[in-house]
Design a protein around this ligand. Sequence first.
Ligand SMILES: [Zn+2]
Length: 432
Amino acid sequence: MIPRIFHLGAKNCVTGSCHLIETQPGSPESVNILIDCGTAYGDDPVLPFDQFPVTPESIQYLFLTHAHIDHIGRVPEFIAAGFRGEIICTHATKALLLPMLHDALSFSRDRWSRGEVQKLESRIDELSWGFELHDVYDLRKGITFTLKNAGHILGSCFIQLSFPVDSDQKYRVIFSGDLGCSDTPILPDPDKPESCDLLILESTYGNRLHPERKNRVEALRRLLEKALADKGIVYIPAFALGRTQELLYELDRINVDVPVFVDSPLGLTITDIYSSLESFWDKDSQALMARGDHPFDFKGLYAVRKFRDHEKLLNIKGPAIIIAGSGMCTGGRILDHLDQGLSDSRNDVFFVGYQAHGTLGRKIIEGKVPVRAAVHNLGGYSAHADQRMLMDWVRSMPEPPGEIRLVHGDAKAREALLGALGESVACHEERA
Ligand SMILES: [Zn+2]
């Protein structure tokens, strides 16, 4: 029997990723597998667990493609709702899982007590297992899986699953998870996928082409030189996981001669984990390390962990660069810095990530907040593949997939990508 696949989250939007596979729907013999269990943001829909086609108790495996909260944020809730199975991910995702969830859980104290948080965290630790990339593993009843590098953040993977249909036939499904761009600092480029019968493909930027990434370090260097010439402070709001480490890598290459402060406890914890997982880096970063040059640690880089030190930093005189979260200025330490520094015309704010509607970051860019500091919106920093990269990735399969279903994108992005795929690859239809 061909397994049934339900898209329970991020079907028509970008957050709340969650997909269910039932090998024998309705049968107690069915192997039930969940792919991702993420938090939805803004108006994106969330399906309560009691409305899933199967109960959390009857799901035996939860695969996690990577450690972004919109892919893992509901794992604690899922366990509280009765999930007792195994959590399968890469070694690097396993290392990032608890720090990311711990931070998220610390913001939901109204929901869980300190004791409940501790219990949930140790349960997640017991249930989750890190697996090697590229190896073929047996799940049960002839089902096999392979995790391959997705190049999106450290540890991110796409998942190839194979289900026995009858004695000599297999049904192969690939979940792309979030696919990264080629040439991302620190990370190897995404692996090529094998052939499959069904591809579940993300489409976040299915209607966009990113600007040339190769020029972005040079653009950052020139902009920093200008911004720091008047001895002001450059504020960079950045996500703790991925973007902060990419920025540090590029600032290290630029060789800035002003102090750089990372004022984000989570960003620093994640940077330490990135540092400890050298085997997941790309060749360039490994080569730098082999020559004794840590690729994202340098003289003049300061870690600001304690709140006391954060308060001291608020009174610092420029020139300096301050990286702090949250990435869209919706909370976190960046808010204190912006409060302090936006009224000074010597200062600059560099936006290096997507700023959603309604966020303070977006309002600053749109000039809806009175500021004297200069505001810059830097392109080329997306962590998602654009239309051309998604198409190249699909075309790199030895044979075109039997069927493609587009998820994780809004209607415009999915339509544009579907149109582009239709032109380039024969018999690709979305039948979801
Ligand atoms: Zn992601």
